[in-house]
Design a protein around this ligand. Structure first.
Ligand code: ADP
Ligand code: MG
Length: 157
């Protein structure tokens, strides 16, 4: 499967990668983000959402665990869910909260700290790992399905 690695020298680069991602979104995509606190996961998602047409604020769902958005894909509204599972007590909580229902071919799910809900999560299409490297970040994008591969092939950054 596909893999791409980029060096992001500053926050603007992280935002530029987020914008590039907005251009390759497809309904049904599940994108999981890994990286320590402050690695840039929310920064990337915020830039992606703005580029995808979201006008309002993009809050970090630290306490709510999920923030829902609606974006336009080819003139059709698509629900995009931004999860941050850092404060999830245990994987069962993910099921009890009814979060599993959000995962289907009509939605797009971005998840920070997906490992907190393991093994209750469906497999991702794309995994993005962000790592502090010097003053910047290294972003590694790995596709783990045909859908994710397609997305990565089309990514222009
Ligand atoms: P996370 O969601 O992974 O905890 P945030 O996006 O909330 O991280 O915070 C990332 C922090 O790192 C912000 O202060 C942002 O300005 C900074 N940042 C983002 N990308 C880069 C980069 N490529 N180089 C240096 N700093 C960055
Ligand atoms: Mg975050």
């Amino acid at each position: 499967m596909h893999q791409k690695t980029f060096y992001l020298k500053n926050e603007s680069d992280t935002c530029a990668l987020g914008k590039s991602l907005a251009a390759v979104l497809k309904a049904g995509l599940k994108i999981y983000l890994h990286g320590d606190l402050g690695a840039g996961k929310t920064t990337l998602i915020r830039a992606m959402l703005k580029e995808a047409g979201h006008k309002g604020k993009v809050k970090s769902p630290t306490y709510t665990l999920v923030e829902p958005y609606s974006i336009d894909l080819n003139n059709r509204p698509v629900d995009l869910l931004h999860f941050d599972l850092y404060r999830l007590g245990c994987p069962e909580e993910f099921l009890e909260a009814g979060f599993r229902e959000h995962f289907n071919e009509k939605t797009i799910c971005f998840i920070e700290w997906a490992e907190k809900a393991d093994p209750e999560l469906p497999p991702p299409d794309l995994v993005i790992s962000l790592e502090v490297t010097g003053d910047g970040r290294t972003a590694c994008l790995k596709a783990s399905s045909d859908k994710g591969s397609h997305c990565l092939e089309n990514l222009r950054f």
